[in-house]
Design a binder for this molecule. Structure first.
Ligand code: PA5
Length: 426
């Protein structure tokens, strides 16, 4: 629902004429996207994943891990956030999913200490197969398994590209391995082997998740008014151009907290280029009403707030009490309270003229989540067309990766030399 940004009240807003102009640009953007998909071009190929992913192969390769008590993802960025989003939103708590996506030694040690390593499946994921954080963490995990007398080759599954050190490791030890799909950048790989392995080990319905993606693919159309994904990408871009250079992602569901993190990477890394882009902010309703809402309503007019709200949720009844002042709560439900909080926040922003968009999901399940992630990817790709940037590259991230490896002495990277030069002057 983009109604709250199409009114005069909203600052910034879009008037009828601007909306029509935008609709024309969306039509052109859609043609480019359709052509990219047709040729399975780099990046655009992500929008074909629901059709091209072999879910049987994922199940076959993960069958061996069906009795695991836990699954541990070792990966970072696009190789970790999709998996965390899926298992937190629709996963099965009986098989706990842990993610080691940071080389913080204390956290790594504490996760490893908490696991029964003999009953833990380890999914090591790296598209490039060279990311230092991922490889270093895996070496630590592997040694912990050795120390615990666990045969790590029996517990490990790898997802990576055609070559690189991780592929070599998988081949040397005959580990079960899956391919990262061709032409799909990390942050666009949630509907693929990269993110679906832990979900499959948790026995989630990965076909329903991909069906949600297919539904998203079928909904792509050149008409801004008929295509929710493009409408979201287009209005985010247009408001960004009019001063809303921050995008607050605020789901009203605890299970969608990692979704905001996934969205933040998608939006920041894809669109933050050539001096432009929109800074994503992670928020959670209702919790952040009590910390950030003051700023969103009364602070600088540089934000678009995006609400995501599942309509149907499990419910918990609020007990009756004999305290008169609380009688309005007793007998009601936590879900109704959350709904009221959401509607109050949306109205509070709308009445103050703060632009906001509502994304409504009937029920949060595998299918609706697949649709949500697919639509957000399509929105981002469309926004990239409108910003006219290279949506699928991340030169700033690669600079940092090379510099870190250079500083650790891997080989002569000019980025590391630049840091050494800077340090010389401190
Ligand atoms: O989206 C991206 O391309 C990046 O965020 C990568 O996913 C991240 O840097 C990890 O890279 P890799 O999968 O090669 O280890």
């Amino acid at each position: 629902d983009i109604g709250n940004i199409l009114t005069d009240k909203s600052q910034p807003s879009l008037d009828k004429h601007e909306f029509e102009e935008l609709a024309e640009r969306v039509r052109v953007g859609h043609e480019r996207i359709a052509e990219g998909r047709e040729n399975n071009e780099f990046g655009y190929a992500a929008l074909n994943l629901p059709e091209t992913v072999d879910s049987d192969e994922i199940r076959r390769k993960t069958d061996h891990f069906a009795d695991s008590d836990a699954v541990l993802t070792v990966g970072i960025g696009g190789s970790a956030l999709g998996a965390a989003t899926i298992t937190t939103a629709v996963g099965n708590d009986e098989v706990e999913h842990y993610v080691l996506d940071n080389v913080d030694p204390e956290h790594t040690q504490s996760v490893l200490n908490s696991l029964d390593l003999g009953k833990t499946a380890v999914h090591v994921v790296s598209r490039s197969g060279t990311t230092a954080e991922t490889l270093a963490t895996f070496l630590v995990v592997r040694e912990a398994m050795d120390d615990a007398g666990v045969d790590w080759t029996e517990q490990t599954i790898v997802t990576t590209g055609d070559d690189g050190p991780l592929r070599t490791l998988a081949e040397t030890h005959a580990l079960p391995a899956l391919d990262v799909p061709d032409n799909v950048p990390g942050r666009f790989s949630a509907l693929s082997t990269v993110a679906l392995v832990p979900a499959a080990i948790q026995d989630c319905d990965i076909d329903a998740f991909l069906d949600g993606g297919k539904e998203g693919a079928e909904s792509l159309s050149p008409s801004l008014s008929d295509c929710p994904a493009y409408a979201y990408g287009a209005v985010s871009y247009a408001l960004g151009q009019r001063g809303a250079d921050m995008n607050v992602m605020m789901p009203y569901a605890e299970r969608l907290e990692p979704f905001s993190e996934w969205f933040a990477q998608l939006w920041a890394e894809s669109l933050g280029k050539d001096g432009g882009g929109q800074t994503p902010v992670r928020a959670l309703g209702a919790t952040d009403q009590h910390s950030q809402l003051q700023l969103y309503r009364a602070g600088p007019r540089n934000k678009l707030v995006t609400f995501v709200r599942p309509q149907e949720t499990a419910n918990v009844t609020i007990p009756e009490t004999d305290i008169d002042e609380l009688s309005y709560l007793g007998g009601s439900e936590l879900g109704s309270l959350l709904d009221a909080e959401f509607e109050a926040t949306e109205a509070s922003l709308a009445t103050a003229g703060c632009p906001n968009v509502r994304i409504e999901i009937e029920q949060l399940n595998e299918q609706s989540l697949g649709r949500l992630l697919y639509d957000m990817e399509a929105a981002c790709i469309l926004a990239g067309e409108l910003y006219d940037v290279e949506t699928f590259t991340q030169p700033a991230v690669e600079w940092g990766k090379r510099a870190a490896r250079g500083l650790l002495g891997e080989s002569e990277f000019e980025e590391a030399a630049a840091i050494a030069e800077k340090n010389r002057h401190i």
